[in-house]
Design a protein around this ligand. Sequence first.
Ligand SMILES: Cc1cc2nc3c(=O)[nH]c(=O)nc-3n(C[C@H](O)[C@H](O)[C@H](O)COP(=O)(O)O)c2cc1C
Ligand code: SF4
Ligand code: SF4
Length: 378
Amino acid sequence: MNTEMIEPFDLKIGYLTPKNPIALAPMAGITNSNFAKQFTDHAGLVVLGGYNLDDSTNDAAKRIAQRGRSEFVTDSPMEFLTSELETITDKADDCAVLVNVRAADIDAYVEAARIAKKYGAGIEINAHCRQPEIMELGAGQSLLEHPDTLCEIIEAVKGTGVVVSVKIRANVVDDLMTAYMIEKAGAHIIHIDAVGRHGADVNVIRKIRNITSLFIIGNNSIVDYSAAKSMFSRGADMVSAARAVLKEPNTLRFLVDQITSYQMTTGWYNSPKHICGGGDLRALAFCCLPVKPCAVHNALSQIGMSAEEFTKLKLQLVEGTPLEYGDSTCFGSMAWCCKITKPCFLRDGVLEVVGLSDIDFMRLKKQMSEEILAHRRR
Ligand SMILES: Cc1cc2nc3c(=O)[nH]c(=O)nc-3n(C[C@H](O)[C@H](O)[C@H](O)COP(=O)(O)O)c2cc1C
Ligand code: SF4
Ligand code: SF4
């Protein structure tokens, strides 16, 4: 593989432009502005909080703290939020900022959203916290069970022009319906704690990727590059880590270095695994000519396309591009060729002859995947 220099990550979420896809996840009582500052020179995003936005959530947090869990408790929530944002944005080093928040009523979310926007930060609605004191107030994870309220909050905060994220805990309710409603209500980001029975359930990321265009932050057990790759290759646009940074504060730095190197050598940092390897629907760009019984047929039925239509579309998409070539490859054209990280001397020989770099091959495949999915019938 060559190591041609390419543009760094080109991430844009409303007015947020994270410099890379690695984030600090929120931990109540820990991830305040001073804690987060140690990551802003290298991480793409820091999520501060969870902050309690009103008297009820602060009282609840006080009770939670009394039984030993760390919490941010304050008598003046909006002043505290303002001073936290002032501190973090004072020297944010191009690092994007979200504030993770809990409240008992919509007005507090809206007020916090206005403050966050003023400082160029986004807001993250906490639909994740399962502490009973918070859930009793209708906040945290209880919002997953009350999707109409969650959507009302999203719509209200969106009205301020702020970038909106929703942090969810997976496998509590119907994740696909939740993601669909969050997108429909206008959020920009879904931050998924993909908690499963035995560590991270990465298939949740794939399933949500397959039905939304939301910016996905994958979270849970991101302790090393292999865990991060496993979420990126199932459709996460970014990954975040919480507990790992407490154990090893350099975790985010390692992840940034490794994903940057992968981006510079392949040009598609979150390229999917092949469909038969558990990848998401973007991987149709790497699929073979659909002539044998395999997982491609199920993937095609998910996008409402027949094998004949798929064949015609892919051939049409490569017409006039270097992917059109490849007589010596398995199916006569690189339209059907595998991901660049799969070693193949047949494809690499053609790439050499047509003068296409690995990065440009992957860029064309990325473009192809977007065009295939643009033809999906929902
Ligand atoms: C001490 C602690 C406090 C947390 N507080 C919050 C919070 O306030 N808001 C939130 O959305 N998630 C909170 N989380 C969840 C984390 O953001 C993350 O989703 C979870 O720990 C799984 O990711 P990890 O495996 O990287 O730790 C907290 C986690 C821990 C360990
Ligand atoms: S078409 Fe090829 S790459 Fe796609 S699922 Fe089938 S065997 Fe895997
Ligand atoms: S030629 Fe190589 S890259 Fe292309 S489809 Fe065959 S095995 Fe995959």
